[in-house]
Design a protein around this ligand. Structure first.
Ligand code: AMP
Length: 427
């Protein structure tokens, strides 16, 4: 039997309803905040990612699914969405309509990481990006929108971790201080970090290897090297977040695994996930649009990890399964014909209706209705046709009513509407 690829997974009915609920919640909320959906391709030229994410990052060095296509061009399954959204902003000159653009996108990302709980090789993200706004208030708004999203989903125990990664001006000073710090410790670093400490010392900061982490616990902090503008920007972000009572901590060791981040960076962590505790991350990338050949426009974005979020929301035991409103149990050819007409009418009216297309006994049809969790069963056999009335059974209360055949569609519609309005199962 052919199995799925390691690190990939199926999202089956039963689970997928929860994902739909999360996605719908995001769409409604983000659109209230003025974001519009953008859909970007899954494959891009490899260069887009290597130039934006950075050559010395784990993603580009080790994790990308890169292939040469039949003509030899190097293409990559997207490991993240921001680079593609930036490419689209530049390629379609969306900035010429208005430099301020706000987009969200939902879809799969691919990274060949070591699979473990909460870490997959195909995983899903909800991304939001804002272009053209330099004000720190938009940073506050992004964190606020994320927290509102998690609160709508009743995600427990969440906290925003915030840091500033400064700008190219403050990094010059910081880089030399970090290089000085690392110079006599290279023998304790992993092979990758030995190279990084020379080529791109900032990348050493987010190495996950325990030996490197231990060395870095005493490393100089970027926060101590911020220029006046970056300090002011960061102070505005933190003071506004406090005013808005957003739960956050300043985490001066927070760095993120992509080169393009500047100034405000953040991660939303939860206490309910164990080791993979980040459910969203993001920050400013003020230099990326220009670096990829666009105008000099600032930008900020975030990505929510949908797989991890779904696993937390599932722990709340919420039931998002969609049961049929009605199951028509029809016995005999004539009844089946009538039943088919009804279920076609119901489904067009927003009523979830099912029937059995085989010629099964009443007992076995009732069993199936029960298994599907149908709220009502409408029973129609030769007797009922003769009497001109079908039997409607409420599966929770077991109460039964007869309904005249010409009134079936209308009466059932009313029953279901009433069922939905009332919290009592009143037959
Ligand atoms: P990043 O794009 O690395 O900043 O990640 C943003 C969010 O995506 C993280 O906080 C995780 O929730 C999620 N994420 C990243 N990588 C994976 C993965 N391999 N499997 C599942 N979720 C992931």
């Amino acid at each position: 039997m052919i199995q799925l690829i390691r690190g990939f997974k199926d999202i089956l009915p039963g689970e997928v309803e929860l994902w739909q609920h999360i996605e719908r919640t995001a769409v409604l909320l983000f659109e209230d905040f003025g974001f519009k959906e953008i859909r970007i391709p899954i494959l891009e030229h490899t260069e887009l990612f290597s130039r934006s994410i950075g050559e010395d990052t784990d993603i580009v060095e080790k994790e990308m699914y890169t292939f040469s296509d039949r003509k030899g061009a190097l293409i990559t399954l997207r490991p993240e969405a921001t680079a593609s959204v930036v490419r689209a902003y530049i390629q379609h000159k969306l900035h010429s309509i208005d430099p301020v653009q706000k987009y969200y996108t939902i879809g799969p990302m691919f990274r060949r990481e070591r699979p473990q709980k909460g870490r997959y090789r195909q995983f899903y993200q909800i991304n939001a990006e804002v272009f053209g706004v330099a004000s720190p208030l938009v940073d506050v708004q992004m964190v606020l929108m994320l927290m509102a999203f998690f609160s709508k989903l009743s995600v427990p125990d969440i906290q925003a971790h915030i840091n500033s990664l400064g700008c190219p001006v403050c990094r010059v000073d910081f880089k030399s201080s970090l290089t000085g710090f690392l110079s006599d410790k290279t023998e304790h670093l992993c092979a990758d970090c030995k190279k990084r400490s020379i080529k791109n010392p900032l990348r050493v900061l987010d190495c996950k290897v325990p030996g490197c982490k231990a060395v870095l616990s005493a490393a100089p902090l970027l926060a101590a090297h911020l220029c006046a503008d970056c300090t002011q920007h960061f102070n505005t972000v933190t003071s506004r977040l406090s005013e808005l009572k957003v739960p956050f901590v300043i985490d001066d060791r927070l760095v993120r695994g992509l080169d393009y981040y500047t100034r405000t960076t953040f991660e939303i962590q939860t206490g309910s996930l164990g080791a993979q505790n980040a459910i969203a991350g993001g920050g400013r990338y003020d230099g990326l649009v220009k670096a990829l050949g666009g105008p000099d426009q600032p930008a900020i974005g975030f990505a929510v990890g949908l797989d991890r979020l779904a696993s937390i929301v599932a722990l709340n035991n919420a039931d998002f399964s969609r049961r049929p409103d009605i199951f028509v149990a029809a016995l005999g050819e004539k009844s089946q014909d009538m039943a088919f007409g009804w279920i076609c009418a119901f489904c067009g009216e927003g009523i979830r209706a099912e029937m059995d297309f085989g010629d099964k006994s009443l007992k076995s049809q009732m069993k199936r209705a029960d298994r599907l969790g149908a709220k009502y069963v409408l029973i129609l056999g030769e007797n009922e046709i003769e009497k001109g009335a079908a039997v409607l059974r409420n599966m929770a209360t077991k109460a039964q009513n007869t309904i005249l055949l010409p009134d079936v569609v209308q009466s059932v519609k009313e029953k279901i509407k009433h069922f939905e309005r009332s919290t009592n199962l009143d037959g």
